[in-house]
Design a protein around this ligand. Structure first.
Ligand code: NCD
Length: 320
């Protein structure tokens, strides 16, 4: 099988053929999700626990829906009411849940690296639903699927990722994925919001939207992540919108058929013009949400196959 991973912690651990395997399977789940009857028994008998230590609308809802459509028993742990609030450490919480024998653990955490640490302590497959500024692998995969369906390929495209790159795990995972698939990547941001050490990723850096968007096939906007800022990174939202907010005039520098993306949640009038975000001829923001469910179904399906195979091997080894 092409998909070998035990956990989905980051795009950095996936090979191009594994990325393709996820996208191909997700394409099939898009078809299933468009039917009236959407159920399947691929994860029947398995337990999925969603643990979100940070706010989420799209990611949590789509992981829950994905698990339910595949027949898993899905539990959403409400962290706000859990013992985490009483001072329990992440590892202790994880060990407690591990004792309940989950098969799939979906985790979002404000600290970069927290999900990787947790994966070392549990017996099930762990999916990173976003850890600090580090990675958000299912977001990059759903973005790749959206791009592939709109453009017919996921190679040799010019992709401009614009806005608050410094604080964005979405940017980081996309950068790695699009780089692995041999695309030309441009990062467009004010110097205060640019990622450091980004030269290693082999992308082009701009602090001007007109130059950065020139002839781009894909324009990916990012939210200003105020919760990760501890000071004045921008002069004002008005000034930021004027220079870096995407509107029809700035988009005119990209290719005439360029698509507009945003992972959500969107700040209309801050990083993107509301009318443009709703323009179904340019914006694929709703498609991204739709692809999110299918990609998460594909990831959990593939990880569950590997989990079953590994457990099967262990049983054979202990009985021999
Ligand atoms: C992103 C996230 O949480 O990293 N949202 C998402 O998952 N769709 C981006 C963001 O919060 O701006």
């Amino acid at each position: 099988m092409t998909f070998r991973a035990r956990h989905l912690l980051g795009i950095e651990h996936l090979a191009p053929d594994e990325i393709r395997a996820v996208l191909d399977l997700a394409d099939r789940y898009v078809d299933l999700n468009r039917r009236t009857v959407k159920s399947s028994d691929v994860l029947a008998g398995l337990t999925q626990i969603n643990m979100f230590f940070e706010n989420s609308t799209r990611t949590q809802a789509s992981f829950e829906l994905a698990g339910k459509r595949l027949g898993a028993d899905v539990m959403n742990m409400s962290v706000a009411q859990s013992s985490v609030k009483k001072g329990e450490t992440l590892i202790d919480t994880a060990m407690t849940l591990n004792a309940m024998h989950p098969d799939l653990l979906v985790v979002r955490h404000p600290n970069s690296g927290a999900v990787n640490l947790l994966a070392q302590k549990v017996d099930c497959a762990v999916l990173n639903a976003g850890d600090g500024r580090h990675e958000h692998p299912t977001q990059a995969l759903l973005d790749a699927l959206t791009i592939r369906r709109a453009k017919g390929r996921i190679q040799r495209l010019t992709v401009a990722i614009c806005g608050d790159i410094a604080h964005s795990r979405v940017a980081r995972s996309n950068l790695i994925l699009l780089g692995k698939m041999e695309n030309r990547i441009r990062l467009v941001a004010p110097p205060t919001l640019m990622l450091t050490g980004v030269q290693d990723f082999g992308c082009e850096l701009y602090d001007d939207m007109a130059a950065g968007l020139k002839d781009a096939d894909v324009v990916m906007m990012l939210r200003l992540q105020r919760e990760r800022m501890d000071g004045g990174f921008i002069p004002s939202e008005r000034e930021y919108y004027h220079r870096f907010g995407l509107d029809a005039d700035k988009l005119a520098h990209a290719k005439p058929d360029a698509i507009v993306m945003h992972p959500g949640p969107m700040n209309r009038g801050v990083e993107i013009d509301g009318t443009l975000a709703d323009d179904i001829n340019r914006s694929v923001i709703q498609e991204q949400v739709e692809m999110g469910v299918a990609v998460r179904m594909a990831c959990m399906d593939l990880l569950a196959r590997n989990l079953r195979a590994a457990r099967g091997r262990r049983i054979v080894e202990t009985t021999l």
